[in-house]
Design a protein around this ligand. Structure first.
Ligand code: NBG
Length: 890
């Protein structure tokens, strides 16, 4: 029952940017000419070699290629690092394209099942170093660049991060792509090509965060992407639905494919991240222009630009903007049309789609995929509702990444019905079908819970309210995807997480504790119905970027000790390092490398902040998005205390203190009032402490602005202590904890998220753990109104803030109140509760640091124990237990 809405010939993109297809797309487009060609044939392998033929590329060949790019692409003879970077990048680009084409030609022939990772965010960071290393041509490139007169590192340092993500969720997606390609799994990422990434963070004179646009695409063109103007799909918005579900959108834009090749590590596979750009269907209205209506002439281009303009800079906070829903639908609709078109090139029967495709929804952002797949199957391809529902459920899987209620998306029915009227109809229909299917279960449950007649106290009296509400209907409401807003009676909301759960074949959390919490607290009613749907997939990180490339010195030592670099692919081999912790010579080498990395970070700190930091001090790091639940405030209060303690100490006492460099970094969402005050407070403390001559080298407090992937690559290898101190039960997993552990930084942390599994692997005695357990949090929150047990160190620290010893006291007043005044902020995240045990854990860390041999032993044990947290392991589990996708190496 497909319909052509506009008339004219329709276009649909083809698989690999290659084979043309003319099909009945959802809406047709006018005046578009198809240009399609099989990439691999149209572009013969110009370099004559694939990356599987590693070693056959010489530095001379590389130099020649770079020279050619300089001459013809850049038309320059500049030898600046920027120009060299661009030329080198384009030469790497060509290698990637060769490998990409070979891979996709092979996949096309073999026709394996694919996983499509749908994500609103991919926090890729820099590409060049990763690509060169994964391709296995680092030696040749390093030599070539040396001969040109620079170093690969200096050249790579000019690349701007692709920061198309907020934090952990987006970076996880990037690690997953690396692992999928490295494991030769047929899989693509699908997302949005935002014009501006996560904002750039600066710090003003008064310590407050400043947000600047993050323009990441080079003016000269992006060497890491292949724009495919021939692959475009129409995406409609607004409009009306006629009889029989015919949707006529009032606004349509084109989604245009931009491919980012993803090279696997030392394998012939290069997979793809396809990001969609938006273009107006009619770029320019000449008629309007000629009539002097200039605004109108470019209006549709503006609207298209708006969709892909910027990544919403919020992490675990609610953003109720209609534009965000528009972005979500935009990339989901394009991605689903693209995959369906590709499927239909070689297969006829869409009922068989689940044999060839599975879509992993990264959080609720792509959940509109549920009704969109239904719509495509029913309205465009004529499938019957129940069949379409079976196909949809089999094709989708959902990962939950947060328990923060404000981040569990709920769209007002009114907003959805206006923007996507047909989808709202389908959601209602899905909901009815779902509620009908579970009604017998709910009836039984209600009957079992009904008060027994012999207990008169439980029997409702005639005029009680219970009689007016049908108990089955009331119980069913708990399961309903469409619910009334409890804070705004009468407003109906679509619970996107519920829609994702009902519309998926599997639902998973991202760490063991988190997967239990979502079963118990977020989706218990669904667990009753299909317990087997719920799984755990503990997060992981790619050891390529997060150990081998960001810490080459440590990587070389590990390789030397293990006698092989196979650990880069098989992280379980790291466990063989454990005995080395007892080897004094090895420890010395280990320490020397940490020192080298600390020096590098110290130089970076000096360059960015102007502060000198002592490299002999403990480097203590907390870098992550700023959020009350992550409790940077607790860290800051402890630093104020440390400062006060130093000030009060005698010279003898001072001589015994363990010097620290406390490094904090992270962005506060632009609309997150308290988080912004936390940034300002850290900076205020930094200013006071660092400029106090009495303190000297005993304490330095550093706020490193604009924390991003590239910053992390410098910070993490240098860290000795890393802080993961969220209120138990609030951090779904955390992934930087894994990166720090793998780089030999010890953890101070709560029993939350993946910290628990890191403790299991490392031995809990090797972590500095503290704080209440997740199970106690609800009770403590209840009791918090009566909390009086403030630690004297806490009281003294806040008194100083109140007195203005750290900047503008009035500005910090409500931040202070949020954890001190139960009538105002009520300390929801139990900062005051956990402070005393946090300080104990800090004392333990200081004591251990004084013993450098013991500290080093532990550091080695951390690296040796945490190979489990490789994203290769995580992805293998997804592939085996959810996707049923098998390796297919060209
Ligand atoms: C984040 C969690 C982290 C987790 C990452 C990746 C969101 C919504 N969630 O704890 O806060 O590590 O997801 O799973 O960004």
């Amino acid at each position: 029952m497909y319909r052509v809405m506009i008339g004219g010939k329709s276009l649909c993109g083809s698989n690999y940017g290659s084979i043309p297809c003319v099909r009945n797309a959802q809406f047709a487009m006018r005046g578009q000419k198809r240009i399609g060609f099989p990439v691999a044939q149209a572009f013969p392998n110009i370099l004559g070699k694939s990356k599987s033929s590693n070693g056959s590329v010489s530095s001379d060949v590389v130099k020649e290629e770079v020279g050619r790019e300089m001459q013809y692409r850049l038309s320059t003879n500049s030898s600046s690092d920027e120009a060299t970077y661009t030329a080198v990048a384009w030469s790497v680009h060509n290698r990637l394209v060769d490998s990409f084409n070979q891979t996709h030609e092979f996949w096309k022939k073999k026709d394996p099942k694919f996983v499509y990772y749908l994500s609103a965010e991919f926090l890729m960071g820099r590409t060049m170093t990763n690509a060169i290393n994964n391709l296995g041509v680092e030696g040749e490139y390093a030599e070539a660049v040396r001969e040109i007169g620079s170093t690969l590192e200096a050249v790579a340092d000019t690349e701007v991060d692709a920061a198309l993500g907020n934090g952990g969720l987006g970076r996880l997606a990037a690690c997953f792509l690396d692992s999928m390609a490295s494991l030769d799994l047929p899989g693509w990422g699908y997302g949005i090509r935002y014009k501006y990434g996560m904002f750039k963070q600066g710090v003003a004179e008064d310590g407050k965060q400043v947000e600047l646009p993050d323009k990441w695409i080079p003016e000269t063109g992006n060497p890491w992407e292949i724009r495919r103007p021939q692959i475009r799909f129409p995406v409609g918005f607004y409009g009306s639905v006629g009889a029989g579900g015919v949707w006529t959108p009032a606004e349509t834009v084109h989604a245009v494919a931009c491919d980012f090749p993803i090279p696997g590590y030392h394998t012939s596979t290069t997979s793809n991240l396809r990001l969609w750009d938006a273009e107006a269907v009619e770029e320019f209205d000449l008629e309007a222009f000629n009539a002097g209506e200039y605004e109108k002439a470019v209006a549709s281009r503006r609207k298209a630009d708006e969709i892909v303009a910027v990544l919403y800079p919020n992490d675990a906070t609610e953003e109720g903007k209609e534009l965000r829903l528009k972005q979500q639908y935009f990339f989901v609709a394009a991605s689903l049309q693209d995959t369906l078109a590709r499927f239909l090139e070689d297969h006829g029967d869409l009922e068989k789609l689940p044999e060839k495709a599975i879509f992993q929804m990264n959080d609720t952002h792509p959940t509109i995929a549920v009704p969109e797949l239904m719509r495509l199957l029913i309205d465009v391809h004529g499938m019957e509702f129940n069949k379409a529902w079976e196909v949809t459920k089999k094709c989708l899987a959902y990962t939950n990444h947060t328990v923060m209620p404000e981040a569990l998306e709920k769209w007002p029915v009114a907003v959805l019905a206006k923007l996507l009227p047909r989808h709202m109809q389908l959601i209602e229909q899905i909901n009815e079908t779902w509620l009908d299917s579970i009604k017998p279960h709910v009836e039984k449950k209600v009957a079992a819970a009904a008060p027994k007649a012999e207990d008169p106290a439980d029997v409702p009296t005639e005029d009680s309210e219970a009689e007016t509400v049908d108990p089955v209907e009331a119980a069913l409401a708990e399961y309903s995807i469409v619910q009334e807003n409890p804070w705004n009676k009468g407003e109906m909301l679509v619970n996107m997480a519920y829609l994702a759960v009902v519309g998926s074949s599997a639902v998973n959390g991202v760490a063991a504790i988190h997967s239990e919490i979502i079963k118990e607290d977020i989706f218990p009613q669904f667990v009753e119905i299909f317990p087997e749907k719920f799984q755990n997939k503990t997060n992981g990180v790619t050891l390529r970027r997060w150990l081998a490339y960001c810490n080459p010195e440590l990587a070389a030592l590990v390789t030397e000790a293990l006698g092989t670099d196979e650990w880069v692919k098989d992280a379980t081999l790291l466990s063989k390092l454990k005995p080395m912790a007892e080897d004094a010579e090895f420890r010395k080498k280990w320490r020397a490398i940490k020192m080298q990395r600390k020096e590098k970070l110290a130089a970076h700190i000096k360059e960015v902040t102007g502060y000198d930091v002592p490299v002999s001090a403990m480097f203590d790091v907390q870098v992550k998005r700023i959020h009350e639940y992550k409790r940077q405030l607790m860290n800051t209060v402890s630093l104020i205390h440390r400062y006060q303690k130093i000030k009060a100490a005698s010279p003898e006492e001072r001589a015994k203190m363990v010097p620290r460099v406390a490094i904090l970094g992270g962005k506060a969402a632009s609309a997150y009032y308290m988080a912004k005050k936390i940034v300002a407070l850290v900076n205020a403390v930094s200013k006071t402490v660092n400029n106090d001559p009495e303190v000297g080298d005993l304490l330095k407090v550093i706020f490193l602005p604009n924390y991003n992937v590239t910053e992390a690559e410098v910070i993490i290898p240098a860290a000795e202590l890393s802080q993961h101190i969220s209120t138990a039960g609030t951090e779904a997993s955390g992934t930087s904890n894994m990166k720090f552990a793998l780089n030999g930084a010890l953890i101070i942390g709560t029993m939350d998220g993946a910290n628990i599994e890191i403790a299991d692997n490392t031995g809990v005695e090797n972590l500095f753990t503290f704080g209440v357990d997740a199970a106690d949090v609800p009770r403590l929150r209840e009791e918090r109104k009566d909390f009086k047990d403030y630690d004297p160190r806490w009281v003294a620290a806040f008194d100083a803030v109140r007195k203005g010893e750290f900047g503008d006291a009035a500005y910090f007043e409500d931040l202070v109140d949020s954890v001190n005044d139960m009538t105002k902020g009520n300390d929801w995240f139990l900062v005051a509760n956990d402070f005393a045990t946090y300080m104990d854990a800090q004392d333990e860390a200081d004591a251990l640091y004084a013993d450098e041999e013991e500290w080093t032993k532990r550091s080695i044990i951390y690296t040796a124990s945490n190979g489990f947290f490789s994203s290769d392991r995580t992805i293998q589990q997804y592939a085996d237990e959810i996707w049923n996708v098998k390796p297919c190496a060209p």
